[in-house]
Design a protein around this ligand. Structure first.
Ligand SMILES: [Zn+2]
Ligand SMILES: [Zn+2]
Length: 123
């Protein structure tokens, strides 16, 4: 795999994502255009352009793939960069990729807590 190609335009300072590029009055993220230019197709099932390299400022089409919101959420958990939420569950267990089960509605379930509850029920 080749290295990341940083977008040379505006990079969002908060999330590091490449900014919007306007073409014929349509605004899309720079990496979305890069993906479409390379012949990529976005469908209703997979409407998002995601990065395999976890670098939102990257416009290297080799690092881009179509996915859905669930892929996106899963990726964030897998890479442990879900910064906006607590790093632990209510009981203080870390949200690691192994310990986190993400339901189809996007809510997280702590596997340790689930097993504790099951043990409590059994006793
Ligand atoms: Zn990249
Ligand atoms: Zn827990």
């Amino acid at each position: 795999m080749t290295g990341c190609v940083e977008f040379e335009g505006y990079i969002h300072p908060g999330n590091g994502h490449a900014g919007n590029v306007r073409r014929d009055g349509v605004r899309k993220h720079a990496y979305v255009w890069a993906f479409l230019d390379a012949g990529g197709v976005l469908t209703e099932e997979k409407p998002w352009v995601l990065h395999t390299c976890d670098n939102g400022g990257c416009v290297n089409v080799e690092h881009l793939y179509a996915g859905d919101a669930r892929d996106n959420v899963r990726d964030m958990f897998a890479r442990g960069r879900h910064r906006h939420q607590n790093p632990t569950c209510q009981r203080g267990h870390l949200w690691t990729a192994e310990n986190t089960y993400t339901r189809p509605n996007g809510r997280r379930t702590c596997r340790v807590c689930v097993s504790i509850k099951q043990t409590e029920k059994a006793s």
